[in-house]
Design a protein around this ligand. Structure first.
Ligand code: DGL
Length: 271
């Protein structure tokens, strides 16, 4: 029996998680939904975002009847996993800042977390720091611009080095002769910019991308039943717009085709 996964993000950044899931579960049917009608999530107030994501994911579950749901978005996962789990018995796998592995990895004791403002301010994120990074200095670096810059880069548009550098520079700390050595990519859009970050970094750091660990978790939760079949699936934009042509190779590599008919969802009530 085939396994159907719903992979959901505010935009196209969650494809960084989808490509790792595809490696772990080559035979799964993957439905990728980018909520571009409501993108970016990073600056939405918590309550409005939670209500919007829970309602949207509920409609998508109704339409696609997935076996498991992956919320491939830190900004949403740090808020909506409890209400979704309360409403549905399906397995939900979330994406939350990889603070624990970063705290285990750092040698200098200086870790930065690059995230949206929403993720940066969440109690959930602060809880992870208190629980797993007590002996480490963690700097939370929130950005409103980096996810939209990643989307522009993914669409093949020119993105200035200076614009990217301005967002990542605060992640580089020097203190008592020590330097930040570990930076958590706590937004699923950022792995698509990591080569640009590498080229711009003032000194060497380890970029922590949790996508492979999330994919392993999805494989554990969902089981390996689908591995015998070829990759299949569909990708949707909640705005109903067409997929940017620059993303065609990435979608093809995932074995997903632009979905038809387009989704018809109520327009987001952006506050
Ligand atoms: N991809 C989302 C995340 O992981 C955030 C981008 C946005 O602001 O919508 O946090």
């Amino acid at each position: 029996m085939s396994l159907r996964l719903l992979v959901f993000d505010s935009g196209i950044g969650g494809l960084s998680v989808a490509r790792e899931i595809r490696k772990a579960l080559p035979g799964a049917e993957m439905i990728y939904v980018a909520d571009d009608a409501a993108f970016p999530y990073g600056d939405w107030p918590d309550m409005a975002l939670s209500d919007h994501v829970v309602a949207t994911v509920a409609r998508l579950i109704g339409r696609f009847a997935p076996d498991a749901v992956v919320i491939a978005c830190n900004t949403a996962s740090t808020l909506v996993l409890p209400p979704l789990r309360a409403q549905f018995t399906l397995p939900f796998v979330g994406t939350v800042p990889a603070i624990k592995p970063a705290a285990e990895h750092t040698r200098s004791g200086l870790v930065s977390v690059l995230a949206t403002f929403g993720t940066m301010q969440r109690d959930y994120t602060r809880g992870l720091i208190a629980q797993f990074a007590g002996n480490v200095h963690v700097r939370l670096v929130g950005s409103s611009h980096l996810a939209p810059l990643a989307e522009a880069h993914m669409r093949g548009e020119a993105v200035d080095d200076a614009a990217i550098f301005a967002e990542i520079e605060p992640a580089f700390m020097e203190r008592d002769g020590r330097r930040t050595d570990t930076v958590v990519l706590a937004c699923t859009h950022y792995p698509f910019l990591v080569e640009r970050f590498e080229a711009l970094k003032p000194w060497a750091v380890e970029w922590v991308d949790p996508a492979p660990a999330i994919a392993r978790r999805v494989a554990t939760v969902a089981g390996e039943a689908a591995a015998a079949r070829g990759p299949t699936g569909a990708a949707y934009l909640t705005s109903g717009r067409s997929w940017p042509p620059a993303l065609a190779p990435l979608l093809e590599g995932l074995g997903v085709a632009p979905g038809h008919p387009p989704l018809v969802l109520p327009a987001p009530q952006r506050p």
